[in-house]
Design a protein around this ligand. Structure first.
Ligand SMILES: *[C@@H]1O[C@H](CO)[C@@H](O)[C@H](O)[C@H]1NC(C)=O
Length: 584
């Protein structure tokens, strides 16, 4: 481990700081309110990092954070898909409480930037808490919590409306269609043709309003409505073949302004890194909160040429190693600004690696180690067990490994605690302050029960006994894998949360503390024990269910469909497009 104040510049700046004072008046105050850098990967598997046991992947920078900090080995996302998991991460609450959990199998993450769904304005994120405590807050990268609600520019769900002072990144997320090779550019003559035919088709029903022509059509309104719909479909179908999703969803923004539409995917990582480093530089006087939400390692795995062939695992591995390099750059910037000792750095992933993500024979999704299942499977370990690393040199003991159940929802109360905030009393916070556990003041995690949802459906429950180290896990519902005998849902790409699932009555019981791979079913081992564990869990589940109150469903069909009037657009709708970033 690097010693604190190893380099002379840092000594000098600390001495100057003592002499001249600082914004908060005293070094101790400064130390007690650290800067916070949160690093979140997209769909990274817990088995992809060498510090989590992958001996053939090279992730030296993330390993270094683990070596210099505390590593959690039972760190759990509240959902196995990005939008709900991130909603829970930001708010410290199960996604079902904010309406950010879906009851459908298809729409489980937001599908259109031009939809009206998103993190409701009455939810409070950790960014908002810290902003109120004087932190400068920035989000660089993926958001995926919605954008507008009623009109194109209301930006009701925008990061700047959720406690961030600065936003640079993609309000949606990376999807395969962001790659131009998958969706060719719209050529000028095609655009012209599309304009003319759309206008002509759309004008046609207007004839009905002109009395002279109205007589020509003795048609009922139903037919007219279906006709209008047909026009719409025609328009959608044509446009979608020429960059519809790419143009609509793959955009880059700075605060409220669109800077690239569609984004130039090969540049976006460098731009993000530039922004992250300049945020640190700008606010090094602190305290600041920087949330770097990587587009890595989601498909289409946009990777710089420099990293091609870097790993042993094709493009996927190269992309992981590129992200590790970016982590290194950010950590290095903290070091150069002498901020290492007053900065809490956290690294995690929003959900488990996607097993079904494959391109021909190549695996393009992550590896979840010994854990069963992956992304999209909310009740299975592989879907929710993710890396969790905290480094805060002067406060946390380096090299410590903690195997207690913890959640991504814990970040909210933890940051509130270290940022000097008071938790809101008007709502249920499901996360727990992690500092006592991380600092070693307690050895038992504060989570007695964790409820594992798949969309709005409860699939499994974890019971961490208060009086001993045993952690039970009970499955009520598990996904149906296909083809038969497979370990994931290869035929449908994403497992279902309801419908095509297996119900278990009696539920399946595992001791996850001794058998983390859930290989040994305990249902028939000891009947008395089985009954008492199930009873205890059922009672907790009943209590938990009482606390769930109805809220507007963000993932309803109406909220998630694409609405032209909400589509963020740079230029003249529907031909949105611009590039305001300087040439490379
Ligand atoms: C390391 O990660 C790669 C890429 O996800 C995976 O294919 C491989 O099985 C992992 N190896 C180990 C030992 O976990």
């Amino acid at each position: 481990m690097k010693q604190p104040f190893q380099n002379w510049n840092c000594w000098l700046s600390v001495i100057l700081w003592w002499l001249l004072g600082n914004e908060n008046g005293a070094v101790m105050t400064r130390n007690s309110r650290p800067n916070i850098v949160l690093l979140m990967a997209d769909d990274l598997g817990v088995g992809d990092l060498s510090c989590y046991g992958n001996n053939t992947m090279s992730t030296p920078n993330i390993d270094r954070l683990a070596r210099e900090g505390v590593m959690l080995t039972q760190h759990l996302a509240a959902a196995s898909m990005c939008s709900p998991s991130r909603a829970a991460f930001l708010t410290g609450r199960y996604p079902i409480r904010s309406g950010m959990a879906s009851s459908f199998n298809l729409n489980r993450a937001l599908t259109w930037l031009g939809g009206s769904a998103g993190l409701p304005a009455n939810e409070t994120t950790f960014a908002k808490l810290l902003q109120h405590r004087g932190y400068r807050t920035g989000l660089i990268g993926k958001w995926h919590q919605g954008l507008s609600h009623a009109s194109r520019d209301d930006h009701c769900h925008h990061p700047l409306n959720h406690g961030f002072d600065y936003f640079y990144g993609v309000p949606f997320g990376l999807i395969s269609d962001c790659q131009p090779s998958k969706t060719p550019e719209l050529h000028r003559w095609l655009r012209a043709k599309l304009w003319i035919s759309t206008a002509a088709a759309a004008l046609f029903p207007l004839l009905l309003y002109i009395p002279r022509y109205a007589g020509w059509f003795s048609v009922p309104w139903k037919v007219i409505v279906s006709f209008a719909l047909l026009v719409f479909l025609f328009f959608t179908a044509w446009y979608s073949s020429y960059g519809f999703t790419r143009r609509w969803n793959c955009i880059l923004m700075r605060n409220h302004e669109i800077v690239q539409q569609p984004m130039k995917e090969e540049r976006v990582s460098s731009l993000m890194l530039r922004e992250a480093l300049s945020f640190i530089e700008r606010y090094k006087g602190g305290p600041f909160l920087l949330f770097v939400s990587f587009l890595h390692v989601h498909t289409p795995l946009i990777t710089k040429k420099k990293f091609f062939g870097h790993s042993k695992y094709g493009l996927y591995g190269d992309n992981v190693e590129e992200m590790d390099w970016m982590v290194g750059k950010i950590v290095e910037a903290l070091e150069q600004e002498c901020l290492t000792n007053h900065t809490l750095v956290y690294f995690t992933s929003d959900n488990g690696g996607s097993l079904e993500s494959q391109d021909g024979a190549a695996q393009t999704g992550g590896w979840n180690g010994i854990y069963r299942g992956g992304k999209g499977m909310g009740g299975l370990e592989g879907g929710i067990r993710v890396p969790g690393i905290f480094r805060w040199p002067t406060v946390l003991e380096p090299g410590k490994v903690i195997d207690e159940p913890t959640s991504l929802m814990d970040i909210y109360p933890t940051l509130s605690y270290i940022g000097g905030g008071i938790l809101l009393q008007d709502r249920i916070i499901d996360g727990r302050n992690l500092m006592p556990l991380l600092e070693g003041r307690v050895s038992h995690s504060d989570h007695e029960f964790l409820f594992h949802y798949c969309g709005v459906y409860l699939h499994s429950v974890r019971w961490h006994q208060k009086d001993c180290a045993t952690v039970w896990k009970v499955h009520y519902v598990t996904p149906k894998f296909h083809p038969a005998g497979a370990d994931a849902c290869y035929s449908s790409v994403l497992c279902s949360c309801s419908g095509d699932v297996d119900f278990h009555d009696p539920p399946l019981l595992f001791d996850i503390s001794r058998d983390p791979a859930e290989a040994r079913l305990l249902n028939t081992d000891n009947e008395a024990l089985f009954d008492s564990v199930i009873k205890k869990i059922e009672r907790a589940l009943r209590e938990h269910r009482k606390t769930i109150t109805p809220v507007p469903q963000q993932f309803s069909v109406f909220n998630t469909i694409w609405k032209p009037w909400l589509q963020p657009c740079c230029g003249s709708f529907p031909f949105c497009g611009c590039d305001k970033e300087d040439a490379p």
